[in-house]
Write a protein that binds this ligand. Structure first.
Ligand SMILES: NC(=O)c1ccc[n+]([C@@H]2O[C@H](COP(=O)([O-])OP(=O)(O)OC[C@H]3O[C@@H](n4cnc5c(N)ncnc54)[C@H](O)[C@@H]3O)[C@@H](O)[C@H]2O)c1
Length: 259
C-alpha cells in the first residue's frame, strides 16, 4: 500500500544505529517509519538491517534504505552518513541506539571489556554525532537523540561500571553538543531507559529476573517494552519538542527517576 506523506514528517530523513536488533532499535525504526520519516536502518548485522528495511518497504509502499554500520568504525560511520546525504539529499534525525555491555566488577574487569564498552557506547555515539552534525548545521536544523540508561546515575552493581561510565558520559556529550548547536537549529537530547524487555535478554536472564523487577522495582508493576522508548524518541525528534534540548528523560517505570 502506498502512503502519501504530508506535514512536518514528510521527507525527513532519520539515521538509526543498531536499528535491527530484538529490542529498542527496531522499535524506534518501526515507529519513526510509521510516523512518516524516511528511516535508514543501520546495524552491524547487515542481513538483519536489510531484512527490516525490506519489510518496511513492503508495509509502507516506499523504499527504506539499509546500511551495514559498526559504530566503532569511524571511517565506516562517516562513509554511511555521507552516503545517506548523497542519496537522500539531507539528514534530519540521528538516533544513537547502539550499546554493548559485559558485567564484570571493576576489581576484575578486563581492559578489553572496558575498551569495548567505551568504544561502542560512547565513541560510537561521538562518531555519529561528529559526522551528522556538519550536515545538520549546513541545513540549519536537525534532532539527535542519544540512548543512555538509568545506569548513568543509579548506584547498582548489576549495570557494570564500564557501561555506567559510558552512559553517564553520553549525558555530558549530549548537553555540551546541545549548547554548541542550538543556534544552528539542532536539538540534542538523551533518553535513559530502565530495564526494557526483549527476546534476546530473555535468553540471558532467568524469567524471575524480569518478574522480580516488575514486582519489586517498577512503580507500574511491569518491565518496559521497546515501544515505550520508541514513543519518547518519536516525540523528541518531532516538531512538538521544538523547545526541548540538552535534556535527559528517563523511561523506567519510575525505577530510578532522574533528578
Ligand atoms: N534493553 C534494556 O534493558 C536497556 C536499558 C537501558 C538502556 N538500553 C540501551 O538501549 C540501546 C538498545 O538496547 P537493546 O537492548 O534494546 O538492544 P537493540 O536490540 O536495540 O540492539 C541490538 C542491536 O545492536 C547491534 N549492534 C551491536 N553492536 C553494534 C555496533 N558496534 N554497531 C552497530 N550495531 C551494533 C546488534 O547487531 C543488534 O542488532 C542500547 O544503547 C542499550 O544500552 C537498553
Amino acid at each position: 500500500m502506498s502512503q502519501e506523506l504530508t506535514g512536518e514528517t514528510a521527507g525527513r530523513v532519520a539515521f538509526v544505529t543498531a536499528g535491527a536488533g530484538a529490542g529498542i532499535g527496531a522499535a524506534i525504526v518501526t515507529r519513526l517509519a510509521g510516523d512518516g520519516l524516511d528511516v535508514v536502518v543501520t546495524d552491524a548485522h547487515e542481513r538483519r538491517a536489510s531484512e527490516l528495511a525490506e519489510r518496511l518497504s513492503q508495509e509502507h509502499g516506499r523504499e527504506f534504505m539499509s546500511l551495514a554500520v559498526d559504530v566503532t568504525d569511524e571511517v565506516a560511520v562517516q562513509a554511511a552518513i555521507d552516503e545517506v546525504v548523497r542519496r537522500r539529499g539531507r539528514l534530519d534525525v540521528l538516533v544513537n541506539n547502539a550499546g554493548w555491555s559485559k558485567i564484570e566488577p571493576v576489581a576484575a574487569m578486563s581492559v578489553e571489556t572496558w575498551r569495548r564498552c567505551i568504544d561502542v557506547d560512547l565513541n560510537g555515539t561521538f562518531y555519529c554525532m561528529r559526522h551528522a552534525l556538519p550536515h545538520m548545521i549546513a541545513q540549519k536544523g536537525g534532532a539527535i537523540v542519544n540512548i543512555s540508561s538509568i545506569a548513568a546515575w543509579e548506584a547498582n552493581a548489576e549495570h557494570g561500571a564500564a557501561y555506567s561510565a559510558a552512559k553517564a558520559a553520553i549525558l555530558a556529550l549530549t548537553r555540551v553538543a546541545a549548547a554548541e548547536n542550538g543556534r544552528h537549529g539542532v536539538r540534542i537530547n538523551a533518553v535513559a531507559p530502565g530495564l526494557i524487555y526483549n527476546d534476546f535478554l530473555r535468553k540471558i536472564y532467568p524469567e524471575d529476573f524480569f518478574t522480580g523487577y516488575a514486582e519489586h522495582r517498577s512503580l507500574l508493576g511491569r518491565v518496559g517494552k521497546p515501544d515505550d522508548v520508541a514513543a519518547l524518541v518519536a516525540f523528541l525528534v518531532s516538531e512538538e519538542a521544538g523547545y526541548i534540548t540538552g535534556e535527559v528523560y528517563g523511561v523506567s517505570g519510575g525505577v530510578s527517576p532522574h533528578a
